[in-house]
Design a protein around this ligand. Structure first.
Ligand code: URA
Length: 440
């Protein structure tokens, strides 16, 4: 077999065999296939796409390139959740404790921030003493004891994806739907859960800018999950505006605590309840109606919040912060951000909002950057609100006063004001199952 022929086949739009796909991916991971040949194959895939079969082979091969977590030591049905990335996306932090409080099992391995999108692990580490680097034995023990553990993804999960992602990043092949689907699902298959709920974000702060593309990506990921024997559902959510009102690290933990108490901003609260319900249905805890009632109950009776406090304590964190979030340190410096003109906020570019949070210190500008746990933005008025010129619409936070000015002028570019009220934004657009799409 020759890599040259594999590239040539794909360039012509022909379907690759399982053996050819394994040859290319394994050869690349081992270093036998050079970057320039893999780059050519990636670009051919970018233009010619992949069939569902090719995609399943590629994803399984990428998953098997590193550790395949075996969660069989954890009792019950393990349900994973994954987001394709967003701004202000703290959903896992609330959904996982809600599901566990309802009797579900969540063995969750999360990532750090990537580009302008925040990461669950960075957010969790803003809770004093919270540990996310936990070995497998202890991880299983915690899930068996509490129904939940939230840890960082091990370094050896899908190394093929790490190598391919780095190459895609410099060869203009990141925004390929099959390549995104394989990248995300390789990590999900390696993470070992029985069932998967995917949050496919759509809009200015997401990889997928249109609902049509998001549906295609969702269908591909659902097909991979189902093909690999893991029941999978994807939910399309709005990422045209930041989710909730907080973007940062400790301020997002505070907002997740509000969701666990039923007091979060409406869009975020709705998304948490829908995801938790869907995970419980997949975990066979009842019908959709029964699972939704369970979700409401654990929020109302405080057991969802208690579950979050319990997992924080078990992983070394100071649980008192969960019950008294006013203890979280505030940023040393704050700056009010005011509306430039009177009118409706017609749109807010969520990617610019996310990049502003990175400038403030909430994310990494270089691999060596350290995260400022207190940095971020709170948006008091979002798309659709009427605002007066000079009205405070957001507050920027940072430990570095110099960053506030840069960030504020960058954030100006995110807003469009106008005299016509924009259409009301939906939090959730659609659900994608193996046999079809339901638009909401
Ligand atoms: N997230 C991933 O893990 N991979 C992609 O390719 C895009 C988003």
């Amino acid at each position: 077999m020759r890599m040259y022929d594999i590239i040539d086949q794909k360039k012509r739009g022909n379907e690759l065999t399982k053996e050819e796909i394994y040859y290319a991916i394994n050869g690349y991971v081992l270093g036998d296939i050079p970057d320039y040949q893999m780059s050519a194959l990636l670009m051919a895939i970018y233009y010619k796409g992949m069939t569902d079969e090719e995609l399943l082979y590629m994803t399984e091969c990428m998953a098997k390139s590193g550790d395949m977590a075996d969660l069989s030591n954890i009792d019950g049905i393990k349900v994973d959740k994954h987001s394709t990335g967003g701004v202000g996306d703290k959903t896992t932090l609330a959904v996982a404790p809600i599901v566990a409080a309802c009797g579900g099992k969540v063995a969750k391995m999360s990532g750090r921030g990537l580009g302008f999108t925040g990461g669950t692990v960075d957010k969790l580490e803003s809770i004093p003493y919270m540990q996310t680097a936990i070995d497998e034995k202890r991880f299983f023990e915690i899930v068996n004891k509490l129904g939940i553990s939230l840890i960082g993804q091990s370094a050896n999960i899908a190394p093929a994806d790490k190598k391919l992602y780095a190459l895609r990043d410099v060869t203009a092949t990141v925004d390929s739907i099959p390549l995104i689907a394989a990248s995300i699902m390789s990590k999900k298959l390696a993470a070992g859960s029985d069932k998967i709920v995917l949050d496919v974000t759509v809009g200015s702060g997401a990889f997928m800018k249109s609902i049509e593309d998001a549906v295609i990506l969702a269908e591909k990921m659902v097909a991979i999950g189902e093909g690999a024997g893991r029941e999978t559902i994807a939910i399309l959510t709005n990422m045209d505006v930041p989710l909730g009102i907080s973007v940062g690290n400790n301020i997002e933990i505070i907002e997740a605590i509000e969701a666990l108490q039923g007091k979060a901003p409406k869009d975020f609260q709705e998304i948490c309840e829908v995801f938790a319900t869907t995970m419980l249905v997949l975990g066979k805890r009842g019908t959709e109606k029964e699972c939704y009632a369970l979700v409401k109950k654990v929020i109302e009776d405080g057991s969802a919040l208690d579950k979050f406090a319990a997992v924080v304590k078990e992983q070394g964190g100071d649980e008192s912060y969960i019950y008294h979030p006013d203890q979280f340190p505030r940023a040393l410096y704050e700056k009010e951000f005011k509306a430039k003109q009177t009118g409706y906020i017609v749109s807010m570019d969520a990617e610019i909002c996310g990049k502003t949070a990175v400038i403030l210190g909430a994310g990494r500008e270089t691999k060596e950057s350290t995260i400022d746990d207190t940095a971020g933005i709170r948006f008091f008025k979002k798309t659709g609100s009427w605002v007066e010129e000079g009205e405070k619409i957001a507050v920027l936070y940072s430990s570095d006063q110099k960053k506030l000015e840069d960030a504020a002028s960058y954030l100006e570019k995110a807003y469009i004001f106008g005299s016509e009220k924009p259409e009301k934004l939906k939090a959730i657009y659609a659900k994608v199952y193996k046999d079809g799409v339901t638009y909401l």
